[in-house]
Design a protein around this ligand. Structure first.
Ligand code: PMP
Length: 304
């Protein structure tokens, strides 16, 4: 990770090395925090943050879900992110806001600990690699099941819950794959470790619904809207493991991963093993929207 010049800490811009937390912070002990991941793109008209406000609203929703009181509103955090981008001079960036419990409680009840808010911004290339974006990634179905509503809150980005994704990612990498696909506790397809999943089959585009234990991704929503605007049929339906193996195309979507084709699942090629036409179309539409080239979707961009 390349350091940036500044980081935003509880309302102030401080030097990259000056944003500190205590070792005994509640969030470090127990993962009692919520976070977001947001991308800003370099465009001919300047740096554009993609769906900034929606991300900050999701941060508020995550905090509410885990009962973490927030000091700053989504509007204030929008402004803070833009201020941070201007201070760092980053033309494109991955922005990481986090709301977390600090020092003040050693037991499980975080109540006595103060709540801190920070926003970091760094440079980030293709999350699953340039080859992954161009030719597709190799995946395996994880032996780990995606977190469920019975134990955690899949629709919220709670930091502690991400140990589930860490286990699946490490397992996939150790087995020689690029990424893991996680099933839910019913054995249905849920999503990747930090990205949603789409399949193309029988001439339609399908993605698992919220009830499949997914995080309701903002890139997922963007791709659904973009493909529908082109006349494609996109359905939110349960997908089985067999349906995944049989699909003509599979791709992953996420802020970090953008639109990444899947070329292999459990050593079976997806389609003919090359990214298919719908995947390419989704990639092109998403890139055009992020670059401000689609008039109908310019409201998704927030210029720094
Ligand atoms: N699922 C999980 C578990 C994630 O962490 C992410 C990344 N935020 C996504 C899906 C994709 O969401 P988004 O498109 O909003 O980044």
């Amino acid at each position: 990770m390349e350091p940036a010049s500044h980081i935003w800490s509880d309302g102030e811009l401080v030097g990259w090395d000056d944003g500190a937390v205590h070792f005994l912070s509640h969030a470090l002990q127990y993962g009692s925090a919520v976070f977001e991941g947001i991308r800003a793109y370099e465009t001919p008209e300047g740096t554009a943050v993609f769906r900034l406000h929606e991300h900050m609203v999701r941060l508020e929703d995550s905090a509410k879900a885990y009962a973490i009181p927030m000091r700053w509103s989504a509007d204030q955090l929008d402004e803070a992110s833009l201020e941070l981008l201007r201070a760092t001079g980053l033309k494109s960036a991955y922005i990481r806001p986090q709301v977390f419990y600090g020092l003040g409680a050693i037991g499980l009840d975080p109540g006595p600990a103060p709540v801190h808010t920070m926003i970091g911004a760094i440079s980030l290339g293709a999350y699953l690699g340039d080859d992954g974006i161009s030719n597709g990634v190799r995946t395996m179905i994880s032996t780990w099941r995606r977190i469920s509503d019975e134990t955690l809150i899949p629709t919220a980005k709670g930091s502690g819950g991400y140990l589930n994704s860490v286990l699946a990612k490490q397992e996939a990498l150790a087995a020689g794959f690029d990424e893991a696909i996680m099933l839910n506790e019913r054995g249905g397809v849920s999503e990747g470790t930090g990205m949603n999943l789409f399949v193309v089959a029988d001439g339609e585009v399908r993605t698992p619904p919220v009830s499949a234990g997914i995080l309701e991704g903002i890139t997922r929503n963007s791709v659904i809207e973009l493909l529908r605007s082109e006349g494609d049929t996109v359905c939110e339906v349960d997908i089985t493991r067999g349906g995944l193996y049989a699909a003509d195309e599979v791709f992953l979507t996420g802020t970090a991963a953008e639109v990444t084709p899947v070329r292999e699942i459990d050593r079976r090629p997806v389609g003919d093993g090359k990214p298919g036409p719908v995947t390419r179309k989704a990639q092109e539409l998403f890139a055009a929207a992020a670059a401000g080239k689609l008039d109908d979707f310019r409201h998704w961009l927030h210029f720094a």
